[in-house]
Design a protein around this ligand. Structure first.
Ligand code: NCD
Ligand code: ZN
Length: 427
């Protein structure tokens, strides 16, 4: 559901590799600019970068069940504002996306109301209860064509169940995406990183090992089953080390990091502002350095926003009681530019790989993450690499306001987003 636009000739854009080019958008695809008729609508992109539309492997859209916090329409509008042309909708909705019918329902909502492509992530276990496998095969065979499964928000704790899930999805080249948190070590009460800060603030913390212990188990189960594992929102140096070890062994593992774990550290919880309560928690600077380095060298394959909108009444509580999660779609590119590109750790082609190509490959989304060449789908974002602005949470397209970057000076890169040739966002 997005404004239809006619053919458009974008002139003088710069691609990620530095080449200057014109781009002709017609009938949802990129066509030869020489074929553009005289008098066609033009957009001068001098000084702007044209990148393939961003793909988020990890988005909470909250519909069905919590439309007060976010809907497919509002969440994908925020995605378009952030330069995304595809998001993967996580399964922890009400009801949970654990059947073919539920998956088809979310897919149809995406078709009807999405401002970008909505791919459905199915639950691994029924009701996310960690006890019995969900309808994995039927979700895969459904019209939603689910390939990615996750109990995100919860960790599949039982090793045998995890082994069965990995074995099951291997038959159709599916992937289990794990929220890695050993709840026997980091109980449900744990609400920040276990460090000097948690002690001082009197908040129950969870150690980084509660993440890396599960990653270590899961990569070994992936090796045992010959299946594929994806590690959600890696936040620790220990987690990175395990993934590096697994990759060196040839284990089929991919991993994502969130924008907030690249930029924000645990000292932000000192004011007990529940905007900064998130799972996994914000960590210390050594961990931030480790995930930055891993994203640069490819140990971490991609960025996943973990966009987690929450209504005010779920955040207006004491820190240990408030729901965890923060917004991420609208500032994701800005944060990656600030932390990775602006500091010289990453070039633009690598950013495209981490924010578009790799997540499209993970989700097996054929029309996304493709180079901007004639014949390909017209999914792209125009980026002003020099623009900056102060983030204003109240200006968000999301229904929620738990934006951890509110008031921060950051790049403000997204000039326009096009999905299937239609403008889904314009500044
Ligand atoms: C997520 C949510 O709110 O759904 N919360 C969060 O803190 N990240 C669940 C999750 O991804 O863990
Ligand atoms: Zn999670």
């Amino acid at each position: 559901m997005t404004t239809t636009s006619g053919p458009l000739l974008i002139t003088g854009a710069t691609l990620a590799d530095g080449t200057r080019t014109d781009l002709y958008l017609a009938e949802g695809r990129l066509a030869d600019p020489a074929s553009a008729p005289a008098g066609v609508e033009r957009l001068d992109a001098d000084g702007l970068l044209a990148l393939p539309g961003l793909v988020d492997p990890h988005t909470h859209l909250r519909q069905p069940g919590r439309e007060d916090a976010e809907t497919v329409a509002s969440g994908t509008a925020a995605a378009a504002r952030g330069g995304f042309t595809c998001v993967h909708a996580m399964a922890n909705t009400t009801p949970v996306t654990d059947t073919a019918e539920a998956a088809e329902y979310v897919a149809a909502l995406g078709e009807r109301e999405g401002h970008c492509e909505v791919r459905v992530v199915g639950a691994v276990t029924k009701g996310l209860d960690g006890e019995e496998l969900a309808e994995l095969g039927m979700m895969a065979d459904s019209a939603a064509g689910v390939r990615l499964f996750s109990d995100d928000g919860r960790c599949v704790g039982d090793s045998l169940l995890m082994r069965r899930a990995l074995t099951y999805v291997k038959a159709f080249d599916g992937v289990i995406a794990q929220h890695s948190q050993d709840v026997s070590l980091a109980g449900p009460g744990a609400c920040c990183h276990e460090s000097e800060w948690s002690g001082r603030l009197g908040l129950p913390g969870w150690p980084s090992q509660a993440e890396s212990i599960i990653i270590a188990r899961d990569v070994q189960l992936a090796e045992l089953t010959g299946s594929r594992i994806h590690v959600c929102h890696v936040s620790t140096a220990e987690g990175v080390d395990v993934i590096r070890w697994a990759k060196a062994r040839g284990i089929r593992v991919t991993a994502e990091v969130t924008p907030h774990h690249l930029l924000l550290d645990t000292s932000l919880v000192a004011g007990y502002d529940t905007t900064f309560k998130v799972n996994p928690p914000l960590r210390t600077s050594e961990h931030l350095e480790a995930v930055r380095e891993a994203l640069a060298d490819g140990t971490i394959d991609m960025v996943g926003t973990d966009h987690a909108p929450h209504a005010r009444q779920d955040k207006d509580h004491p820190f240990d009681v408030a729901l965890p999660g923060m917004l991420g779609l609208e500032q994701a590119l800005a944060v990656v530019m600030e932390v990775m590109v602006g500091t010289g750790r990453m070039d633009w082609p690598t950013l495209v790989e981490r924010m578009s190509t790799a997540p499209a490959r993970l989700g097996q989304v054929p029309g996304q993450g493709r180079p901007l060449a004639a014949g390909g789908p017209a999914n792209l974002v125009l980026v002003d690499p020099a623009a900056r602005a102060t983030v204003d949470a109240s200006a968000s397209r999301s229904r929620s306001r738990n934006n951890p970057y509110d008031g921060r000076d950051l790049p403000d890169p997204v000039v326009a987003t096009f999905w299937k040739g239609r403008r889904t966002y314009a500044r």
